[in-house]
Design a protein around this ligand. Structure first.
Ligand code: SF4
Ligand code: SF4
Length: 394
């Protein structure tokens, strides 16, 4: 049959799909094309997979069965890994894993990934980051005021975006940790890409390789430092370390925090006090990879409300119903214009709600939302939560 049998769980879920269509109306991709074509929609993709795996009596006799064409593969990669379809699905399909399994299968069968995704793989193999930046400059963001400890309470995993593209976020994290008197260490050149962009695009061999895969390397570095807790700046790194690494390497024995959780804890424990007010109306954009995927909704909001004279605004679409900014899942690298269009829509929502600053808690969201604002000619400040905190405490 065509390219062979689909991964069993994907096939079973394609059959479990009720074709009810609730998923269609939440998927951010439909925001890009009016009501969208069914082939771009979750329901249409599931129907195609069902017919591919079980073409029916006539299909088997005359060989008339759906093909997994290049167009179909392209439709599946039209996905930001936002996790909204999993929340909406009336059949309880675990889409967060299924889309990744399907893309991994595409790569095994030579059907995927898409052209620009292939460049990600070669860059990560050669330089351990997807941005084609020299590996030896990975620690270039580390400021002189970083006071690294050999007996660290936490290890800060900066991630590729904060290490190379949004260095202010990594430096502001150091300001916050210093202000709270936390003993910490950073990995610098010993840190490699967590693997998120490769996992989301199905290119997992580089991530899981037993000898020198990304999982093996990063976990070995954590172990060398005796890490008791790891803190990530990036929502994508958090999801990868907490979910995917456990699939590949089993349960880890360190605590994992996204920076918003850690700052919230520092404030609650009385170790950090926000002293300077924000002076602007702020709204929070939930990054999908800590929001819908992990339910980290209240920690960032508690932080924003802890500023003196806080004037916090809730966006109409928030928490599990937040609109994706368009950056994730390998979508931005392949379909940058479409990703920025989604970001523009989110920025427009923030302006309409009366926000003066749109805050997020992920360097990748901040990058895309800033570009979306610029594209749409909207004068709205996009900020990272840790930077606002750093300005308030130091
Ligand atoms: S994860 Fe998000 S973008 Fe991808 S299919 Fe589901 S709803 Fe659409
Ligand atoms: S909500 Fe779930 S069951 Fe309904 S069409 Fe979408 S994938 Fe199928």
């Amino acid at each position: 049959m065509g390219n062979g049998r689909l991964p069993v769980e994907v096939e079973l879920d394609a059959h479990a799909c009720l074709q009810c269509g609730y998923c269609n109306f939440v998927c951010p991709i439909q925001l890009l094309d009016g009501q969208g074509w069914e082939s771009y929609r979750v329901r249409g993709k599931m129907y195609h997979l069902k017919r591919y795996s079980h073409p029916g009596f006539l299909g088997r006799i005359i060989g008339d069965r759906p093909k997994l064409s290049g167009e179909f593969v392209e439709r599946v990669y039209n996905c930001t890994a936002c996790g909204y379809c999993q929340i909406a699905c009336h059949a309880g399909i675990r889409f967060n894993d299924r889309w990744e399994q399907l893309k991994e299968w595409f790569v095994e069968k030579g059907l995927g990934p898409l052209e620009r995704h292939k460049a990600l793989r070669s860059r990560v193999v050669a330089k351990h980051n997807p941005y084609d930046e020299p590996h030896e400059r990975r620690g270039g963001w580390i400021p002189t005021e970083a006071s690294r400890s050999a007996n660290a309470e936490v290890l800060f995993f900066a991630g590729c975006t904060a290490s190379y593209r949004q260095q202010r976020i990594a430096r502001d994290t150091i300001r916050v940790l210093n202000a709270a008197g936390v003993e910490y260490d950073v990995l610098g050149e010993d840190e490699w890409c967590c693997g998120s962009p490769l996992i989301r695009t199905g290119q997992t061999d580089v991530v899981t390789n037993e000898e020198d895969g990304l999982v093996k390397h990063n976990l070995r570095e954590f172990e060398k430092r005796g890490a008791r807790a790891v803190v990530t700046a990036c929502a994508g790194c958090f999801m990868t370390l907490s979910h995917n690494y456990q699939i590949y390497a089993g349960k880890h024995d360190f605590e994992l925090y996204h920076m918003t959780q850690f700052i919230d804890k520092l404030i609650t424990d009385g170790r950090l006090e926000l002293r300077r007010p924000l002076m602007r109306r702020v709204a929070y954009h939930d990054p999908c990879h800590i929001g819908r995927h992990f339910g980290i909704y209240e920690e960032p909001r508690r932080i924003l409300k802890a500023f003196p004279d806080s004037s916090y605004i809730e966006l109409p679409r928030n928490r599990q119903n937040a609109q994706c900014c368009g950056a994730g899942g390998g979508f931005k690298i392949q379909f940058n214009d479409r990703a920025e269009r989604l970001a523009s829509l989110r920025v427009e929502e923030a302006v309409a709600a009366g926000a003066e600053v749109l805050v997020s808690a992920c360097p990748f969201c901040v990058t895309n939302l800033s570009q979306g604002a610029k594209d749409a000619g909207i004068d709205l400040e996009v900020a990272e939560l840790v930077s606002l905190v750093a300005d308030s405490v130091s």
